[in-house]
Write a protein that binds this ligand. Structure first.
Ligand SMILES: Nc1ncnc2c1ncn2[C@@H]1O[C@H](COP(=O)(O)OP(=O)(O)O)[C@@H](O)[C@H]1O
Ligand SMILES: [Mg+2]
Length: 249
């Protein structure tokens, strides 16, 4: 494991039991992801992409093998410890945005921050309503949505809702941002804009992004690709194709 390794999977398998039937979603998967990478996880539907994201996020636990995040083994954490881990280490972006419908855009971002607080440049944590509000507003501004702060999810387009979800994920300052099919519910143009925003935020914040998609074209925008196929996994580094406007899918 190199000093840059942030996420490390060692011989990880995941089986699901459904009644009498055992489904092997991942088998004997080993890989390392370095800090600050823009990772795209590709593979057809059913190849275990969501399963892998859920394991990295400690939403679920592996059937075999170990998972280390920042050098810490998260494999055997209790349910409570896993919740704590997710709260501080993972920002999750969903296909269907998953905003709270009864809260405005800024309240959705504040809600995510209330439990972790806001850390200033000298490392002090504040839980004050004022600090949480101003951090949430800063993040809405960064995703280009300050003018929608008081709108409810039902009053925003899909692309706008996904921007709020991105602000919510990043505001709490986790080292890892996970996105499961983040453009899956958006039209092509809006999807491109969301990907561009995520790439910009990756460069600016140096957070590690892991994005799952069934669209193999999106592998081109990654600097590290994990390709899950029926026959196994392939990983590779590459110089990303930055011209997203000319990406066709
Ligand atoms: N909670 C679950 N219970 C049973 N089987 C599951 C569960 N989640 C996923 N699977 C199965 O595991 C395999 C991988 O699923 P998934 O990780 O969702 O793939 P992907 O995200 O690549 O489409 C599929 O065969 C799927 O049906
Ligand atoms: Mg999936």
């Amino acid at each position: 494991m190199s000093a840059l390794t942030l996420i490390n999977l060692e011989n990880v398998s995941k089986d699901y039991t459904m009644g009498e039937v055992e489904v092997n979603a991942l088998s004997d998967l080993s890989l390392e992801i370095e800090k600050g990478k823009f990772v795209v996880l590709i593979g057809p539907s059913g190849t275990g992409k969501s399963t892998l994201l859920n394991l990295i996020s400690a939403i679920d636990t592996p059937s075999n093998g170990r998972i280390l995040i920042e050098g810490v083994d998260i494999t055997f954490l209790t349910r409570k410890q896993r919740a704590q881990f997710r709260r501080h280490k993972i920002g999750f972006i969903f296909q269907f945005f998953n905003l709270i419908p009864t809260l405005t855009a800024v309240e959705n971002v504040e809600f995510g921050l209330a439990l972790v607080g806001v850390t200033d440049s000298s490392g002090n944590i504040s839980y004050s309503t004022k600090d949480i509000h101003s951090t949430a507003m800063d993040w809405l501004d960064k995703v280009g949505l300050a003018h929608r702060a008081r709108h409810f999810p039902s009053q925003m387009s899909g692309g706008e809702q996904q921007r709020v979800a991105i602000a919510r994920a990043l505001a709490k300052n986790p080292p890892i941002i996970i996105a499961d099919e983040p453009t899956g519910n958006l039209d092509f143009r809006t999807g491109i804009k969301i990907l561009k925003l995520m790439k910009e935020l990756n460069k600016e914040t140096q957070k590690t992004f892991v994005i799952a998609t069934h669209n193999s074209q999106l592998a081109k925008i990654a600097d590290f690709v994990i390709s899950l196929q029926m026959g196994g996994v392939e990983t590779y580094e590459q110089i990303p194709h930055d011209d997203l406007d000319n990406l066709i899918w």
